[in-house]
Design a protein around this ligand. Structure first.
Ligand code: BTN
Length: 261
């Protein structure tokens, strides 16, 4: 763990971010955390691995997560949600998405949205993303690695990254990354504790109220074909429920694409 520092910090959360490992440069905070756990490193629940720079940041669907060094938040949080059964694993995704949205909404108000399944949106642009990787043992989720990338102070983006924004780009303010990280840790902890306390219905209902495009007719691409549909809900397994002229269908992550975002 050379190139890294262990800190005791003053975050107000009870356990999320109380053990924070800050690394200047790492391949990916998710990979780093996964390898540490595989090597039985004794990491307490709520450990945060925070990177100044990722050389191989990973996104959904094998994409790369690109972020200018030192400008943004790129970190992973360790949860041990053994209370959650495998069929309910999308509930953790909802709780995490809501925690991040809680904080973004304090800056952006109603513009802060969750784009299914867990993109962070500001208006119609992506401001962050989440990559959750579960380590399963038997029928339990032993560890959940919550990788979060949030665009904070970065102003310029490569042309290949269309439709992205940052907090600074929108609000013209330079943000203290550690202060923001502390806010997110507290919000994640609050939502995680709600989930652990069994408040699944509340989490589900709030996730829906923050959902980008809910009840709006819009174009989707399904099997290479464009079709107008309207998001009407989320199935218990996390699939997106979309209404079409001929009825409602459910889609997994790779089965439907938003068009124009
Ligand atoms: C997405 O595709 O929207 C998810 C992006 C997740 C990026 C974060 S940055 C910190 C953590 N480490 C990674 O390699 N990926 C996640």
């Amino acid at each position: 763990m050379c190139n890294s520092t262990l800190q005791n910090n003053t975050f107000s959360a009870l356990f999320v971010g109380q053990n924070i490992v800050t690394i200047k440069t790492v391949n990916s905070t998710n990979t780093f955390l996964k390898e540490a756990l595989s090597n039985s490193a004794p990491l307490p629940e709520g450990t945060v691995i925070m990177a100044g720079e990722q050389t191989a940041g990973r996104g959904q669907l094998d994409s790369k997560w690109i972020s200018q060094p030192g400008k943004n938040l790129t970190f992973s949080v360790l949860f041990n949600p053994r209370f959650l059964s495998l069929p309910d694993q999308f509930d953790l995704n909802k709780a995490v998405s809501l925690g991040i949205n809680d904080v973004l909404a304090t800056y952006l108000g109603d513009r802060a949205r969750i784009k299914w399944p867990n993109d962070c949106f500001a208006g119609h642009k992506k401001i962050g993303g989440v990559l959750i990787e579960n380590m399963i043992s038997g029928s339990q989720i032993k560890h959940a690695i919550i990788g979060i990338g949030l665009n904070i102070n970065q102003i310029t983006y490569p042309q290949s990254l269309k439709n992205v924004t940052s907090l600074s780009k929108i609000l013209h303010v330079h943000y203290d990354l550690m202060a923001l990280l502390g806010e997110i840790c507290s919000a994640l902890e609050a939502r995680y504790l709600q989930l652990r306390a069994g408040k699944k219905q509340l989490i589900h209902a709030e996730y829906l109220t923050r959902l980008y495009g809910l009840h709006e007719w819009r174009p989707f691409k399904i099997n290479g074909r464009m079709q107008d549909g309207k998001i009407v809900g989320i199935a218990p397994d996390g699939r997106l429920e979309v209404e079409f002229d001929d009825g409602i269908r459910r889609f997994g992550f790779k089965e439907i694409e938003f068009v124009n975002d």
